[in-house]
Design a protein around this ligand. Structure first.
Ligand code: CUA
Length: 364
């Protein structure tokens, strides 16, 4: 059979190709990709991952059996142009039963764990693995940033937010404008966030670290820049973060700092503090995590001096970026509500931006 000989001659090429592909794939160490869903870091994501793996293995078995049968048939029964017309048959009850029952069984093997996972993850657990009740968090989607409130602690933040390791987080989510979708790939599935109803999701972070999250539903021109960073702290570090948020709430709100605080400031920082009010920053932003529950139009800036990112969780929080963002936010994120720049003269000069940065860096 000449075609079989051709097949065996071509095999080494195919085999080498497969080997090269495997080598290439082995380079995809999931650990170095923080947005991967293949390395679950929380209980919710672990259950979804388990489901994914069951489905992939079943699909692989189906693929190998079907393609194997196909290849076998192709090579085993290959005809040549001068062969007589093969025997024609219509209907075969036995074969039809087999190819109906086997897929039904395979589908049931996928459906049972899927439905079980849906039911298990729909209910927010009533206690955390650490024995405490879940930490309640309110998530509010805005075009294009995330507001995060901790109603039991009475604090608000945006962009970077913290949770303690090992404690279940119970998220209640809404939007103030269009439909967004909340997603921390390593923690849980995506969940849409609507303006007119509350959606919920939960997860239990298993490890400490910094995990990126994003909006996963197109919500306008800057949808791609609607990110956030979830920082999982040890319980002690989380308590320390909360204590800092509560402490800074009392020092700065809308009113000018008291004379003692003012006297302790260096001249540049003091200029920055003055500019923060005179340039109208306070109209949209508060630096107080506590008063932030009142809700302002712009992101809450509590602890902005030490946050990892700016501008909806995507711009690294360096002095240079912060100054540029303050002077010309439209350059980075066209269409955002914040828009200094100015026409002929810049609204905020380089020196003023430096002073504002110096002041904001003191908010830790
Ligand atoms: Cu919000 Cu996309």
């Amino acid at each position: 059979m000449p075609h079989l000989r051709a097949f065996w001659r071509r095999l080494p090429t195919g085999f080498l190709g497969l080997l090269a592909l495997l080598l290439l794939l082995s380079g995809c160490g999931a650990e170095q990709y923080p947005q991967t869903t293949l390395v679950p870091r929380a209980e919710f994501a672990a259950r979804v991952d388990e489901l994914f793996r069951i489905t992939v293995w079943l699909a692989l078995v189906v693929f190998v059996v079907v393609e194997g049968a196909l290849l076998y048939t192709i090579f085993r029964f290959k005809g040549s142009p001068d062969d007589p017309e093969p025997e024609q048959t219509h209907g075969n009850v036995k074969v039809e039963l087999i190819w109906t029952i086997i897929p039904a069984v395979v589908l049931a093997m996928v459906a049972v764990p899927t439905i079980r996972t849906i039911i298990e993850t729909a209910e927010v657990p009533t206690t955390s693995p650490d024995g405490q009740p879940p930490l309640k968090v309110e998530v509010i989607g805005h075009q294009w940033w995330w507001e995060i409130r901790y109603p039991e602690l009475g604090i608000t933040t945006s962009g970077d937010w913290h949770v303690p390791q090992g404690r279940t987080v119970d998220l209640r989510m809404k939007s103030v404008d269009v439909v967004h979708s909340f997603w921390v790939p390593q923690f849980a599935g995506k969940r849409d966030v609507f303006p007119n109803r509350e959606t919920r999701i939960w997860f239990t972070p298993e490890v400490t670290g910094e995990f990126p999250g994003a909006c996963a539903e197109f919500c306008g021109t800057q949808h791609a820049r609607m990110a956030f960073y979830l920082l999982v702290d040890s319980p002690q570090d989380f308590d320390a973060w909360v204590a800092r948020r509560l402490a800074d709430s009392t020092s700065v709100g809308f009113a000018a700092p008291d004379s003692v605080t003012l006297a302790a400031m260096d001249p540049v920082t003091r200029t920055g503090e003055d500019l923060f009010r005179s340039k109208g920053c306070v109209g949209c932003h508060t630096l107080a995590a506590k008063g932030g529950l009142v809700g302002l139009t712009g992101p809450n800036l509590s602890g902005i001096g030490t946050r990892t990112r700016l501008a909806g969780g995507w711009l690294p929080n360096t002095d240079e970026n912060l100054a540029k963002w303050i002077q010309d936010p439209q350059q980075f994120k066209h269409g955002v509500t914040m828009r200094p720049k100015g026409n002929a003269e810049p609204e905020i000069t380089d020196a003023e931006a430096q002073a504002l940065v110096a002041y904001l860096r003191t908010k830790r």
